[in-house]
Design a protein around this ligand. Structure first.
Ligand code: PXP
Length: 238
């Protein structure tokens, strides 16, 4: 069975837009777990434009499922990992100014750096995952870095799903098989949604975990919109 880790970055974005504490990130994390989420993912970025470093600290005692912290392994980020020791760290090569993660690691070019960081995380008991495109050479490079898992970057799958879903999923299925043969666990994430997730999960073997944020929060808004508007109208007509 594939586990669902809910990425709550977007909740922090919404909160930060008003400067207060609504929606409350801790409550959302608690509720997501109450509703069955098997993990909580956060992705603090250096400018703290959504998740703040303090959020990570505040979330640690309330995440009783799997706590996954993603990010670019710069020194402040690695300091946070050392301090909090989450269940999993997902290393992502995102530029400081990237709107969202937009590429996987070049695990060949960055081999020495990744090897050292991964060894450091494993030494303190934190499982490692590294974000990679479904490219067999990059997956072999990931295995050589000593990581426990890879996270397949699924933006291309989501983009191509609408045109030809069989073609879209094929490289991911091949990548997952190869990773599994090399002893790696397989996670996946980015642009997965209620529309495309079922086909992905059915066709990608050995899929341990997906982390989903943007679509899941947007879908939650849409599915709640009717109830909330009707709730307001009821209060206004009494
Ligand atoms: N995985 C990584 C490495 C990410 O950076 C993100 C976005 O923060 C996700 C997964 C989740 O992507 P989405 O928000 O599109 O579901």
């Amino acid at each position: 069975m594939t586990r669902l880790s809910v990425n709550i970055n977007k909740i922090a974005t919404l909160r930060n837009a008003r400067g207060g504490d609504v929606p409350n990130l801790i409550q959302v994390a608690l509720d997501a777990q109450k509703f069955g989420a098997q993990g909580i993912t956060i992705h603090p970025r250096p400018d703290e434009r959504h998740i703040r470093y303090q959020d990570a600290v505040d979330l640690k005692p309330v995440v009783h499922t799997e706590f996954n912290i993603e990010g670019n392994p710069q020194s402040k980020f690695l300091g946070l990992i050392e301090k909090l020791r989450p269940d999993q760290v997902t290393l992502v090569p995102d530029a400081d100014d990237a709107i969202t993660s937009n590429a996987g690691w070049d695990t060949v070019k960055n081999q020495a750096k990744l090897k050292e960081i991964i060894a450091g995380c494993k030494n303190i008991g934190v499982r490692t995952s590294i974000f990679v495109a479904p490219d067999l050479r990059m997956i072999e490079g990931a295995a050589a870095c000593g990581t426990d898992r890879i996270e397949l970057y699924t933006e291309a799958y989501a983009h191509n799903y609408v045109k030809n879903r069989e073609e879209a999923v094929a490289p991911y299925a091949a990548a997952a098989v190869h990773a599994h043969q090399l002893g790696l666990g397989v996670n996946a994430g980015h642009d997965l949604s209620l529309e495309n997730i079922e086909f992905f999960a059915k066709n990608v073997p050995h899929l341990a975990e997906v982390s989903i944020g943007h679509a899941l929060i947007c879908e939650s808004l849409y599915q709640g919109l009717e109830v909330v508007i009707k709730g307001y109208l009821k209060k206004l007509t009494q």
